[in-house]
Design a protein around this ligand. Sequence first.
Ligand code: KG4
Ligand code: ZN
Length: 316
Amino acid sequence: MILSNIIAGQDIHARYGGVVPELASRAHMQNILPVVDQALLSAGVSLSEINAIAFTQAPGLIGSLLVGAEFAKSLAFAQNIPLIAVHHMQAHVLANLISGKDNPADAQAYPFLCLTVSGGHTQIVVCSSPSRMQVIGETTDDAAGEAFDKSAKILGLPYPGGPLIDLYAASGNPDRFKFPEPQIPGLNFSFSGLKTAILYFIQNEKAKDPAFIEKNLVDICASIQSRIVSILINKLKKAAIQTGIKMICLAGGVAANKGLRKAFEETGLALGWKTHIPKMEYCTDNAAMIAITGYYKYLDESFSPLSSTVSARAAW
Ligand code: KG4
Ligand code: ZN
């Protein structure tokens, strides 16, 4: 059971149009103690009642990972409790197991497929057990969240633009403008061609009418969103057919996107999938997903030494 899930947002990055790594690690240093204090307080537990401490080992921004890892190691050493290193992408998938009705763990529905879509990653994973996962498809360039954010930037929207595209798309016509669907073999994704196509399209239209974006914003957003969603859903369908798996989950911050959620549920209904999307606070980066992964590793006694290091990139 999740007793608390405290998130310290970092609004500072919006001013720079993207995450600034140096500022992120400084903010981590400032926030980590207050966040841990608040987590214990709202959970109503004392430090001495904690059985183990899990931290994100990889992948991510190295400075931010280091702050979390060193803090976790110090705490584990001081409290004499096990330390558990967690893979960030594995944690996004296991957010689907956080208790609640009809989640894959309750249904004993292994293996399940998970489409993880965030600002840094786009992956299709087969999860055979909490400790056994295989990436069967991933992006070869930009992540889905980046595709949203970079498109938004082209339209002059502030960072992160994903939620704004979602908002404007709600009242737009998704068939008004046709953006290309990349022809990538297998289960991999590519979004960089789409970004370039959008850039050229907007430059072209603005040359003819400088107010093109303002006049057509909702239709442009709806058309961009519809293409990103169709790229994701088409690969997910392909993965479901190839693997024969019908329990399908979503994860990651882009799972907040209303167009994606709708297409996911509709496709599931049409193809007889059992679908699951974690609660929103467990889709965007959060502590609870690290905790649940830590919990399963704790059951397996999969502990890490105090000499553990972090890594910006890490294979599974
Ligand atoms: O998983 P996440 O919180 O952080 C990581 O990147 O790990 O995902 C953040 C990404 C950003 O690119 C953001 O624009 C996107 O998720 N996002 C959305 C929506 N909400 C968040 N993209 C489209 N529609 C949304 N409603
Ligand atoms: Zn993430």
